[in-house]
Design a protein around this ligand. Structure first.
Ligand SMILES: CCCCCCC[C@H](O)CC(=O)SCCNC(=O)CCNC(=O)[C@H](O)C(C)(C)COP(=O)([O-])OP(=O)([O-])OC[C@H]1O[C@@H](n2cnc3c(N)ncnc32)[C@H](O)[C@@H]1OP(=O)([O-])[O-]
Ligand SMILES: NC(=O)c1ccc[n+]([C@@H]2O[C@H](COP(=O)([O-])OP(=O)(O)OC[C@H]3O[C@@H](n4cnc5c(N)ncnc54)[C@H](O)[C@@H]3O)[C@@H](O)[C@H]2O)c1
Length: 719
């Protein structure tokens, strides 16, 4: 809806009304058409102001309506009618002007923004482009380079940057609508042609071809196969090289392809999935809207290694005081310096003053006594963690929440070592913890709903996308990674090279394939865990690590290269070769080829040519199958939870939605058939056997992903 009123006798005020973000639904568009007509027809009205209800201008087109039948007046003619108006129209921008919201503002003759407003054309993040003439107007207003930046990244700009770029005419910290009304009165009757952006020529650049060539290459490099950023460059190129009307036609053509694409569906699914994970629930029935979080102001972090340092930074930046505890003297000094540097860099990026005086460094537990919440990040060693939790239980005031950053150890076991197991939860951050958006909040059997609500809220305050998951070895993310990595190892045994496997998965859209990723994070991490599990241990009789363990196929290739001291980037050698320890550029290593040849010969394995399609199917379908298993067990509550974890924690390409969304796109029947095919070929790999939930979903006709939760409820009671 949109409401019309007349202010001070001669200014028509149009207020968009569609909470919470005044999205341009059919009713809002109809409201704008009607009220603009009214303003144009009423002779008393000399100028017009458009604003949004509740101090929010407009969040753009109504994304929810994209999947249904589009009704109501189309956006483009509506926007053109505003620009063509003979009475000046002023946009009063408060809160946000995003996507279609900014396009609406660009059709107005003047734009006045509140200092705290954010503006942008984020359509690319939804797999689209600004198709209400935004791709044609913005370059004409602010130039090609700046428009390319905003349109291809979708980033939001502050009002100050918008003023500097020329997107808005004036910024105010007063009541924006009042300022706009006053301004509208002052420009009544003034000529408007110089204010109609569609009439502007696109500002020329020295070498347009070279500029677009360079932009296209940059965008293709970072797009990881996403098509929308490429279409955005093409649309801006049309603005730069074609008359406005033809540019608009090109924009429409490009949008038509994007609008119905699987990528747009995936990205829009991902947008809503990110919001859905905030509405968490526990098997007990406790859920996000019925549980009050505990108040948290003072926090502590125990262990200042790789993870602890990032967690201290994230907590400090979110405004919490932190007691940072590290027993190792040298580590404490180094951590202090690293944390200060990270805070200074972060403050510079955000244009604020760094906050270091809220951190208290300590090598003992005493200062932890009066904190509200502790996050433990010591080595991944259960005996050590038990000891730390016992110490914390003795030192902390009653009611303190005890969280662990373990990557996958048993939360219930750890909780059982404390007098208040209801106050223990997992807070599994991802490295680097101050950068990575994902947080898995792991509830144990006895974790109280308030403890979970508190950890979820803390994550939100730290700017994380937090997902509540159940307790099991590896939780959701790392548990699903195991069958994926196992397939990657098996493929090496059967004839693939690390490069072949990585390339297939990088072409799919991962930032790094499994081997480059494992070189980056340290191959020895998994090796140590496998040794603790008794897997990476030679048989006393043969002296070799068995290739069958507990009745399942096991590949010791990762263990064997660690035995050679090849731990990845940190040692300068791993699955690849680097120019020096700590080097970043991975090069294929002839040593690896020789090693794999000898390994295969030793075990009588005849190498074969591996097709990249097989790499994708075996690695991804095994991971997806494990995802279904976590749903079946209720460890993950919904497919959206898994997809958000994979997109934000494991670099799954967002334009492919996440593993479960991808499974839906590929077709559950195909996934099941291919898994059965590979399981027949490898009967000693149980993770290739389709799990019950997948079979049942196929049996009832493969319902679409948004129906799985409902189906799962019924199935879980039967399984
Ligand atoms: C061929 C056809 C031609 C079409 C022409 C194209 C036109 C145009 O170029 C395309 C667009 O504008 S594309 C659009 C470009 N615009 C964008 O990409 C902006 C997308 N929105 C955002 O980035 C964030 O929501 C804000 C920053 C606006 C607020 O952040 P915050 O304060 O943290 O709050 P929050 O929790 O995030 O949201 C609160 C609730 O609002 C909901 N909702 C929000 N926007 C919606 C929308 N546009 N729609 C519907 N709903 C929208 C959101 O789902 C949530 O509800 P839920 O029930 O809990 O799910
Ligand atoms: N590194 C990762 O990518 C990653 C990701 C997610 C979770 N994790 C988990 O986070 C935890 C920490 O991992 P990390 O990589 O930061 O380890 P790390 O080896 O870099 O750091 C651990 C730190 O804990 C300190 N420490 C040991 N005992 C202590 C004690 N009693 N009191 C205080 N400090 C103590 C050590 O001196 C060391 O500085 C582990 O449980 C790990 O599984 C790691």
């Amino acid at each position: 809806m949109a409401q019309f009123s007349r202010v001070s006798g001669s200014v028509g005020l149009i207020t968009l009304q569609n909470p919470p973000v005044n999205a341009l639904s059919a009713a809002v568009r109809q409201g704008i058409v009607d009220t603009v007509n009214k303003a144009l027809q009423e002779p008393e009205v000399k100028s017009v102001v458009i604003c949004g209800q509740n101090k929010v201008f407009c969040g753009g087109a109504d994304i929810k309506s994209f999947r249904g039948v589009m009704t109501g007046p189309p956006l483009i003619p509506m926007i053109h009618a505003i620009e063509a108006s003979t009475k000046p129209v002023v946009a009063a921008i408060e809160g946000i002007a995003l996507g279609g919201g900014l396009e609406l503002a660009l059709a107005c003759h003047y734009r006045i923004s509140h200092t705290k407003a954010r503006l942008g054309l984020p359509e690319v993040t939804l797999g689209l482009l600004p198709a209400a003439a935004g791709s044609q107007r913005l370059p004409r207003l602010i130039g090609i380079t700046a428009a390319l930046d905003l349109i291809t990244t979708g980033r939001h700009v502050t009002a100050a940057e918008a003023l500097q770029l020329g997107i808005v005419d004036h910024v105010t910290d007063q009541n924006t609508v009042d300022v706009a009304l006053k301004f509208a009165s002052s420009v009544a009757g003034k000529p408007l042609d110089a204010r109609r952006i569609s009439l502007y020529p696109c500002p020329p650049s020295d070498d347009t071809d070279a500029l677009f060539e360079e932009a296209m290459q940059r965008v293709r490099r970072s797009a990881r196969g996403a098509i929308a950023p490429v279409a955005c460059v093409q649309a801006v190129r049309a603005a730069a090289t074609l008359p406005y009307a033809q540019g608009l036609e090109r924009e429409k053509e490009l949008m038509a392809t994007l609008f119905t694409s699987g990528q747009a569906r995936a990205l829009q699914y991902s947008f809503f999935a990110q919001r859905a994970v905030g509405r968490w629930s526990m098997p007990s029935g406790a859920q996000w809207d019925t549980v009050e979080p505990l108040p948290v102001q003072k926090t502590a972090v125990i262990g200042l290694g790789t993870m602890g340092r990032g967690i201290v930074v994230a907590l400090t930046q979110a405004g919490f005081s932190v007691v940072a505890v590290e027993t190792h003297e040298k580590q404490l000094t180094q951590a202090k310096q690293a944390i200060e540097e990270m805070l200074i860099r972060g403050a510079k990026r955000r244009g604020v003053t760094p906050e270091h005086d809220t951190i208290t460094y300590s090598h003992s537990m005493e200062p932890v006594a009066n904190v509200d919440l502790v996050i433990e990040a010591v080595f991944e060693d259960m005996v050590l963690k038990e000891k730390v939790f016992q110490q914390l239980s003795a030192v902390c005031k009653p009611g303190t929440l005890l969280c662990t950053n373990t990557s996958g150890l048993d939360i219930d076991h750890l909780a059982s070592k404390t007098p208040n197991p209801e106050l223990v939860v997992g807070m599994h951050f991802f490295a680097p913890a101050h950068v990575m958006k994902l947080l898995e909040v792991v509830y144990g059997r006895q974790s109280s709903p308030r403890a979970v609500a508190t950890a979820m809220q803390l994550g939100k305050k730290m700017g994380k996308v937090s997902v509540a998951v159940g307790n099991c070895l590896g939780f959701v993310g790392n548990r699903m990674l195991k069958p994926y990595m196992n397939q990657a190892f098996f493929l090496l045994e059967e004839g693939a090279s690390p490069e072949l496997v990585d390339q297939a998965l990088e072409e799919f859209g991962f930032i790094m394939g499994p081997f480059r990723m494992s070189d980056l994070s340290g191959i020895d991490v998994g090796w140590r865990i496998r040794k603790e599990e008794g897997l990476a241990v030679p048989d006393q009789r043969t002296g070799q690590i068995p290739r069958m363990q507990k009745g399942c196929r096991y590949s010791p290739v990762g263990d064997l290269i660690c035995e050679q001291g090849r731990f990845g980037q940190k040692t300068g050698q791993g699955w690849y070769r680097y120019d020096k320890p700590g080097g970043r550029v991975a090069r294929p290593d002839p040593w690896m080829q020789t090693f794999l040849n000898q390994y295969r010969a030793t075990h009588g394995l005849v190498p074969r040519r591996i097709d990249p399609k097989e790499v994708l199917e075996r690695c991804l379908y095994a991971l997806i199958n494990e995802g279904f298993q976590t749903l079946e067990e209720g460890i993950a509550a919904a497919p959206e939870d898994i997809d958000v974890i994979y997109v934000f924690g494991y670099s799954w390409p967002q334009h492919r939605g996440g593993p479960m969304f991808y499974a839906d796109m590929v077709g559950l029947e195909k996934i099941m058939d291919r898994l059965e095919h590979y399981h027949q070929a490898h009967p000693d790999v149980p993770s290739l056997q389709p799990c019950n939930l997948l079979r049942k979903l196929v049996a009832i006709g493969s319902p679409p992903i948004h129906k799985w939760s409902q189906v799962m409820k019924t199935l879980r009671s039967q399984l």
